[in-house]
Design a protein around this ligand. Structure first.
Ligand code: DQA
Length: 157
């Protein structure tokens, strides 16, 4: 597991990265681009400053870590989450249930357009309970995910 400390000031958005996303930069750049996760988190920290948000990050290859982070989020003041569940997006009803139980808006993001890839990637287990889904924009999917989170938070009653 790797974590990135809180950067910025304002409502806190948790950025979650699932299995295998630690190898971004060297993993299948045709689908995932050449940026490393640290670079993606740097971009998000900068964007968070512009949007008046704070971000913190967590990457784990273990389903339970994502579940625990989602379930603990609201209780420790996290306002929203941006989550790339990796392959768990297709298979994990545990992550799906955690997103549903989290009590905060969760924006699901994918670097690649999973709908245009292998058939097994077309099934999305988590997406039906996400507040929004963004796929296919490369690293910009995360930027757009953070913008979506800002928008959802601004619309809160
Ligand atoms: C991914 C897409 C998934 O199908 C894959 O298993 C990943 C990355 C993406 O960001 O495009 O690990 O979530």
């Amino acid at each position: 597991m790797k974590t990135w400390p809180v950067a910025g000031q304002g409502p806190l958005v948790l950025v979650l990265h699932g299995p295998n996303l630690s190898s971004l930069g060297r993993r299948d750049p045709g689908h995932y681009g050449t940026l490393h996760l640290d670079q993606i988190m740097d971009r998000l920290a900068k964007l968070a400053g512009e949007l008046g948000l704070a971000v913190e990050g967590l990457q784990s290859d273990h389903e339970g870590d994502l579940v625990e982070a989602l379930l603990a989020a609201a209780g420790r003041g996290v306002a929203a989450a941006v989550c790339n569940p990796g392959a768990l997006a297709h298979t994990s009803y545990a992550v799906r249930d955690a997103v549903e139980a989290a009590g905060i808006p969760v924006v699901e993001v994918h670097l690649s357009n999973v709908h245009a890839r292998e058939r097994w990637r077309h099934h999305l287990a988590v997406a039906p309970v996400a507040a929004a889904v963004i796929a296919g924009m490369g690293p910009a999917s995360y930027d757009l995910g953070l913008r979506a989170a800002a928008d959802l938070l601004a619309r809160r009653p």
